[in-house]
Design a protein. Structure first.
Length: 136
């Protein structure tokens, strides 16, 4: 009887784990698709930076399941989130900055746009510069 109960328990655990793994895989795929869409027509234009100069933060854009993007002239800086599955389209980043630079080490949290409630903490990788691919 004990082996039967153990087999049933193992089968139930496996059945519950499979949908979670599939959902995680779908989220990863969505993240990759969103990143590809964001950088379509752009190419990496330099070394990643821990901080970027951002005098005008209303150009900061949340890219769902990717991270943050900031347009500055002909350059787009992209910082991928370390936890992209927690970054949704309705999230608004709240960044505690000290000065005019935006750094990946700044304290960042997100709030839900509709409710104003805390929705998560944001951790970023370095900001990677992209420039438009020139035709010609």
């Amino acid at each position: 009887m004990k082996p039967f109960v153990a087999a049933i328990t193992a089968a139930a655990a496996l059945a519950l784990a499979a949908p979670a793994a599939a959902q995680s895989e779908r989220q990863m795929q969505r993240s990759q698709e969103a990143f590809a869409e964001l950088t379509e027509g752009w190419e990496v234009a330099g070394q990643p930076e821990a901080c970027i100069y951002t005098p005008n933060t209303n150009r900061l854009r949340v890219v769902e399941n990717v991270g943050l993007a900031y347009r500055q002239g002909d350059t787009m800086w992209v910082a991928r989130a370390r936890n992209p599955q927690n970054l949704g389209a309705w999230d608004v980043p709240i960044i505690d900055r000290f000065g005019s630079n935006l750094c990946r080490h700044d304290a960042m949290r997100t709030i839900d746009r509709s409710s104003g409630m805390f929705s998560g903490v944001l951790f970023l990788d370095d900001f990677v510069p992209y420039r438009r691919v020139s035709e010609g």
